[in-house]
Design a protein around this ligand. Structure first.
Ligand code: PSU
Ligand code: MN
Length: 306
């Protein structure tokens, strides 16, 4: 694993660092805009006062923090594979190019000593999982990886209720940022409650710090940050796309790790760019909030050791 110099220095100096996933770059956002958007997400982290560390595998090397060249390669390489934790070793051995999911990013970030991580949406339990067993490894990875994932909840393409139940079973805490409702990615409210509402980045940092006192530093946490009301997808459009997308995926026999990218692409194409606009807005907001949390947490940690 290679940690970019800027990231290594920030960690050594106890400054805030935010990990960013890369599946969203290769499999979530259309080329050629994806490279520019990935840089915008990094800039949102900087605007929040922290150092960004986008995670990916390039030529078989797991990179925590991408320089310009690495980011361009990942964004432009159509052969980049979506890599979850179980695939990291295979891609590393073959010298391939891989974009990391939430699970793989969380794993590599934690290994590098990074606690705060931003993404768009968390993977979860797919509809019909009782028959297909299709549940994202994002969930089980968080049950053993001590990172905070800042996300806009999960997409309604998933079974949101089942996802929340599984997070409970797996010991993963869910915090709602200034909300009592679990967000639904394109929509601010998925229709489900969140148990723990937090009002500030400082409050989240205090929860991260308190993990050490109760021995839960190896468990993941989710900070659910709802999309801003003005950025939400139109509710009727959302419902139409959801129904047609799920139907199309079934007709095309899409399954396994291809389901999520297929549905993302369906939304982007069928909404004429509306869903993409919402997607970019929410990732930017999550990156910004993650930076504020990482900075507050770095301050607390420094305060304790000095
Ligand atoms: N949800 C989104 N956008 C995404 C993903 C999920 O709204 O880009 C990506 C993330 O990288 C997540 C992965 O970790 O899909 C989950 O895929 P799967 O369901 O195959 O585990
Ligand atoms: Mn799956």
């Amino acid at each position: 694993m290679q940690v970019l110099d800027e990231v290594r220095e920030a960690l050594a100096e106890g400054r805030g660092v935010v990990a960013l996933e890369s599946t969203i770059i290769s499999h979530g956002l259309p080329r050629p805009d994806n490279a520019r958007l990935a840089r915008e997400f990094e800039q949102a982290v900087r605007d929040g006062g922290a150092v960004p560390a986008t995670v990916a595998v390039i030529d078989g090397e797991a990179l925590v923090g991408l320089d310009d060249k690495a980011l361009d390669r990942l964004a432009n390489d159509e052969s980049a594979v979506k890599v979850s934790v179980r695939e990291l070793a295979a891609v590393a051995a073959r010298g391939g190019v891989g974009s990391t999911t939430v699970a793989a990013t969380a794993h590599l970030a934690a290994s590098a000593g990074i606690t705060v991580f931003a993404t768009g949406g968390l993977g979860g339990v797919h509809r019909g999982a009782a028959d297909t067993f299709d549940e994202s490894a994002d969930l089980t990875t968080l049950s053993r990886t001590g990172v905070l994932v800042v996300c806009a909840g999960v997409k309604s393409i998933l079974d949101v209720g089942a996802t929340l139940e599984r997070l409970e079973t797996l010991g993963v805490g869910v915090l709602g940022y200034r909300t009592d409702r679990f967000p639904g990615f394109y929509l601010a409210d998925s229709g489900h409650d969140v148990g723990w509402r937090v009002e500030s980045a400082d409050e989240v940092a205090a929860i991260l710090a308190a993990r050490a006192r109760v021995g839960t530093t190896d468990l993941g946490l989710v900070l659910a940050n709802p999309i801003a009301t003005e950025d939400e997808l139109d509710h009727d459009l959302h419902d139409r796309l959801l129904e047609s997308g799920l139907g199309a995926a079934e007709r095309d026999g899409v399954h396994g790790k291809d389901v999520t990218p297929y549905l993302l692409d369906w939304f982007h194409r069928e909404s004429g760019g509306e869903s993409l606009r919402a997607n970019v807005a929410l990732v930017r907001a999550n990156a910004r909030l993650a930076a504020e949390v990482a900075t507050a947490y770095a301050g607390l940690t420094a305060g304790r050791t000095s």
